[in-house]
Design a protein around this ligand. Structure first.
Ligand code: ADP
Ligand code: MG
Length: 315
């Protein structure tokens, strides 16, 4: 449904996108993931025809966005990073205005407004000025706007930024409910945001694609790092040498001495080996109280380090 082919974008001397390619299949919901400044908004602005690329091509349902912008735009609903809301309009007035922009026939206008208000769950605030809405409701109005004209494709740029946890869950559920009838490209700089809802993740860093894979496969790759941090009460050299002897432990080193009589140890293990029970048994057999054992937290930075250190992971 969306084909991004060899996109390159320069802002003056600055190379914002460097030869990126990916596809979003019909009905798929794809997470576009990367830290701030990675090039997500730039890519989305090009896909939606609001920005031209320096090189490369975007096809939406086979239509070239550059060659036939109107035809392509009619297939796309776009929620930009900062939705262009007119705060002095009521929600209903604003949606009516969007209907005009998208050439919804006059006879269908009210029906469209009712429909998108219902889908984006803004029926209750239709008569209110946008100025007086909470950030969460404004974001839903932005979504309602994107849904005008029932586009096949939805491009959503960081739709949950600035929302509180409750609003994030609401917007996430909303997106999930839309995914059945639309093809969706959803950007975020937070892994957990997209992991739960997406079929596929496209990870971008410094304008280059570093990985394309399912959330499950990416998490599996990351988990293989198998790093543990321990805090054990006992004589540090005995503890360390004992842990080094556990089968599957590749590396064990003292991280720090936090308090007298305890030692913090970093442990790295072979891939696919879980040494946690063996560590517990060793400590317990020797009467070394195990005060803490934690796995390294999986975050986007780890994924970047992992995937940028290797060749592209593709499916
Ligand atoms: P993201 O959405 O992933 O945070 P952007 O696409 O907004 O990233 O930005 C990608 C890079 O391009 C950044 O380094 C940013 O500073 C730069 N950039 C974005 N827009 C412009 C612009 N209009 N002029 C110059 N540089 C820009
Ligand atoms: Mg952005």
């Amino acid at each position: 449904m969306i084909e991004v082919k060899n996109l390159t974008k320069r802002y003056g001397d600055h190379l914002a996108l460097d030869d990126i390619s990916f596809t979003v299949e019909d009905g798929e919901i794809v997470g576009f993931l990367g830290p701030n400044g990675a090039g997500k908004s730039t890519t989305m602005n090009i896909i939606t025809g609001y920005l031209s690329s320096t090189e490369g091509q975007v096809l939406v349902d086979g239509v070239d966005v550059l060659e036939e912008p109107l035809k392509a735009k009619a297939k796309i609903g776009y929620l930009p990073e900062i939705p262009p809301l007119y705060v002095d309009m009521t929600v209903e007035e604003y949606l009516a205005f969007d209907c005009d922009l998208k050439h919804v026939p006059a006879a269908k206008k009210q029906e469209t407004i009712d429909q998108v208000s219902k889908l984006a769950r803004v029926q209750d605030v239709k008569g209110r000025l946008i100025r007086n809405l909470s950030k969460g409701y404004r974001q839903r109005v932005g979504l309602a706007q994107a849904l005008v004209g029932n586009p096949e494709v939805l491009i959503l740029d960081e739709p949950t930024v600035g929302l509180d946890p409750k609003q994030i869950i609401e917007v996430r559920d909303l997106i999930k409910s839309l995914s059945r009838k639309h093809t969706i490209l959803l950007s975020s700089h937070i892994l957990q945001e997209v992991q739960a809802v997406c079929d596929k993740l496209v990870i971008i860093n410094h304008g280059r694609i570093v990985a394309i894979d399912t959330p499950d496969a990416l998490s599996r790759n990351i988990l293989q790092i198998n790093k543990l941090e321990l805090r054990v009460k006992g004589p540090k050299n005995d503890v360390l040498s004992g842990i080094k002897q556990i089968e599957g432990v590749k590396l064990a080193e003292i991280l720090r001495i936090r308090e007298e009589g305890t030692v913090d140890i970093n442990v790295e293990t072979e891939e696919d080996v879980d040494v946690r029970e063996a560590i517990f048994a060793f400590c317990s057999d020797n009467n070394y109280p195990l005060l803490m054992m934690k796995t390294e937290e999986i975050n986007l930075e780890d994924i970047f380090l992992q995937v940028t250190g290797e060749r592209e992971v593709r499916r």
